[in-house]
Write a protein that binds this ligand. Structure first.
Ligand code: SF4
Ligand code: SF4
Length: 731
């Protein structure tokens, strides 16, 4: 070993010792913070599916590849990082000797050819990612950036480290070529040979270049260890467990669909016995999220994909799902020293720690512990109430997140505490909640008018109890029973089912609100009350039938979602389909025959709770495909990337006071297609988009109408009884 190698070896091992010590300390700190969260025993089942999903999403980049160029570039960088780690390991042999290489595989031509290729693709990949970050930098003139609010220096730092480490890999090999210590053919290692041709024959070059590579790598490790909230770097490690422990690993759209039940100490809360002084009602402190919530916050890469799709953020509201996650993460880590010393408030608001326990806690951590989780800037709050209440629960953030963060669950958990314990929510939604409690529907319409939509139909709509050989129970929903436009859809669906000879029956006055708006605003108590009543009614209606014969068809995607995905939590197991699914089946099997194509151009708006939350994208398009003249015109944002109408998450019942109206944004997009008909599959979308069209004074040119009505016009153009005007909403 020459004198240069003695120095490079000492320096390499010294900086590595410091970096590893700091990294171990950082990992222990992260584990301690994540363990502050509440238990969640639901995250450990079906390890086979979890492992498969994790591997598919990481190795296969199945979610990232939807952003094709970024996804492909990121894949090469990820693979490059894994291989790079081996080559960083090899650098420790090279600081010791210029001929050093990895044991076992280091002398293998295939290994050298593979690492050469991955190194080249890794350089291309990282240059693409750097260009994308620069092109989308928040400070660029004009336009909104998905990186707004991200810690930009961290992104640049990580990217430069990756680039330099890759480059120094080739410099090391180049010096080996130049000093005749590299025995691999040019075809296998072309770039190394090209670099070698440009470098001097310097014996110490290999060890010095290897030292520089190690110093860059260990500087990276030191920096990220000193910044445990640096998700852009830590996600390389945390993405694996975060994806493994996601809520529904086998379900496309995990983290969407059903909301999680309210839990205390990891157990679902039973309202009959729950006590706010002993049980946790929603989330009021960051440590009341589950450990998976805290892992979510730690894993965020700050990529901003969620932000770029969020309807609230895109219409000028203060909510960005990314910034929400970052605020919760920064707060959790800043508060952690206080919590880890035994601090925190119990459920009655009393401090748990003694003065002695808190005596050595940093004053900043103590101050962080005093911050309200929800509060305005003046109150020093972590999350502003306007942020919390801007969410439509559309799920675009969850859909886009490459590391499977479950934003909607976290937002609703915080809403639950605000509603149930603080009674703090937008006041205008109070009327809706009172109507749900007293009248069983959000409009407060009298229950005895639930069947009014059947009046004037030229056939009898059967009721459960009057008939028991029905195949489908037609769940009408409150909008379908009481709201004028939605009643047309209800009538159209009933007419089409009757035309197709489907045996169906309604509950009539036996039906009450599914509970969706109550649950999404955070009032779990009212949701449970309504849901239990419905589950009892439905179980009675289907008594004696196995699950596959307990079929329900619903026109409202919110009811469809709640009945199909959430009633199971209360003992109600049903096979629920959306009317567009059933109609597509009836058309495909020849039970319904469209005869007159609807013309004028048609576009389709995917309702969030039908599409993203429940992956029903094709059936409404299939129905429209058979009923219209020409091709369906898609909006730029469609299917998984569809843009919300603004009504979900109980936002239908709140005023939209900040920024541009979401429905107007969507209507402008629909109108930009030139279509005369905007087809929808949800009564709330119908209301919002109709309001948007009318607000733009385009009611004469553009019609917003349900898919069922479009089909009815094509199947029974002479009759179309679903289009008849009905009585105004009661109540
Ligand atoms: S659910 Fe929709 S509105 Fe809510 S934060 Fe996510 S993207 Fe934004
Ligand atoms: S998409 Fe996921 S990882 Fe990216 S910023 Fe949003 S929450 Fe973070």
């Amino acid at each position: 070993m020459g004198s240069v190698q003695i120095v490079t070896t000492i320096l390499a091992f010294a900086i590595t010792a410091v970096a590893v010590w700091l990294a171990v300390r950082a990992v222990m700190k992260m584990v301690a913070v994540i363990r502050l969260g509440q238990p969640d025993p639901t995250r450990f089942g079906d390890k086979g599916t979890r492992t498969k999903t994790m591997l598919a999403e990481t190795a296969g980049h199945t979610r990232m590849l939807r952003w094709s160029v970024v996804g492909a570039a990121h894949w090469f960088v990820m693979v490059g990082f894994i291989v790079l780690s081996l080559l960083v390991l090899e650098a420790y042999f090279e600081v010791v000797s210029p001929t050093g290489e990895l044991p076992l595989v280091g002398a293998w031509t295939f290994f050298n050819a593979l690492t050469e290729l991955i190194g080249i693709l890794g350089i291309v990949g990282i240059l693409v990612l750097m260009a994308i970050r620069l092109r989308n930098r928040p400070t660029r003139p004009g336009g909104r950036s998905r990186f707004t609010g991200s810690t930009m220096w961290q992104g640049y730092f990580v990217e430069w480290v990756v680039l330099l480490v890759l480059i120094f890999g080739f410099v090391i090999r180049g010096f080996k070529v130049a000093t005749d210590h590299f025995e691999y053919p040019v075809w296998a290692t072309p770039l190394s040979h090209a670099v070698g041709a440009a470098l001097p024959n310097w014996d110490a070059g290999v060890s010095v270049a290897a030292l520089i590579k190690i110093v860059i790598s260990m500087t990276w490790l030191i920096v990220i260890s000193l910044n445990v909230t640096m998700g852009v770097a830590w996600h390389r490690f945390l993405a694996f467990p975060n994806i493994f422990f996601k809520r529904d690993p086998g379900r496309a759209g995990s983290g969407l669909g059903a909301l999680r039940p309210m839990t205390s100490q990891g157990k679902p809360l039973d309202f009959e016995e729950a006590d706010p002084e002993k049980d946790q009602f929603g989330v009021a402190q960051v440590e009341q999220f589950s450990w998976k919530g805290l892992l979510d916050f730690s894993t965020c890469t700050e990529c901003g994909r969620c932000q770029s799709q969020c309807p609230a953020w895109n219409t000028g509201k203060p909510l960005s799902p990314k910034l929400l996650v970052l605020s919760l993460r920064d707060h959790a880590y800043a508060k952690a020293p206080y919590l880890l010393a035994g601090g925190g408030k119990d459920l009655t608001g009393e401090e748990k720690a003694t003065a002695a326990q808190l005596a050595h806690v940093d004053v900043l951590a103590l101050a962080e512990g005093d911050k309200p989780l929800i509060g305005t800037a003046e109150e020093g709050g972590v999350i502003d109430p306007d942020v919390l209440w801007s969410c439509t629960t559309c799920g675009a953030c969850v859909e886009q997140c490459p590391v499977d963060i479950e934003h909607v669950d976290h937002i609703v958990d915080m809403r639950r505490y605000q509603v149930l314990i603080e009674s703090s929510f937008p006041s205008e939604a109070g009327v809706m909640l009172r109507n749900l409690e007293n009248k069983g529907n959000p409009w407060g319409a009298p229950q005895n008018t639930r069947e009014d939509w059947t009046k004037g139909l030229d056939f009898e709509v059967p009721r459960v109890g009057e008939v028991d050989d029905f195949e489908y129970l037609f769940w009408v929903g409150c909008a379908g029973a009481f709201e004028d436009r939605a009643k047309k859809t209800t009538r159209a669906v009933a007419t089409l089912l009757n035309e197709a000879g489907v045996k169906f029956a309604i509950l009539g006055e036996g039906e009450t609100c599914s509970g969706d708006p109550a649950r999404r605003i955070g009032n779990e108590f009212v949701f449970q009350m309504l849901a239990q009543q419905n589950v009892e009614t439905l179980n009675e209606a289907f008594e004696g039938r196995e699950k596959s014969k307990r079929k329900i068809v619903a026109t409202c995607p919110h009811c469809f979602n709640t009945l199909g995905n959430e009633y199971g939590q209360l003992g109600g197991e049903f096979e629920v389909v959306h009317h567009t699914q059933l109609l597509a089946h009836l058309v495909a099997t020849g039970k319904l025959t469209p005869v007159q194509p609807v013309d004028g151009g048609v576009t389709y708006h995917d309702p969030c709770y039908l599409g993203r939350h429940n992956r029903v994208f094709a059936p409404p398009r299939e129905v429209l495909g058979t009923a219209i003249a020409g091709e369906l015109t898609e909006m730029p944002r469609n299917s998984e990337r569809s843009f919300c109408c603004g009504a979900g998450g109980a936002r239908m019942w709140m005023e939209e006071k900040i920024g541009k109206r979401i429905n107007v944004d969507r209507v402008e997009e629909a109108m930009s297609t030139g279509a005369k008909t905007v087809a929808v599959g949800c009564p709330f979308c119908s209301t919002m988009l109709n309001d948007g069209v009318n607000g733009k004074g385009a009611g004469e040119q553009v019609e917003v109408v349900d898919v069922a009505s479009v089909l009815l016009r094509s199947v029974k153009p002479e009759q179309a009884p679903g289009e008849k005007e009905t009585a105004p909403v009661a109540g």
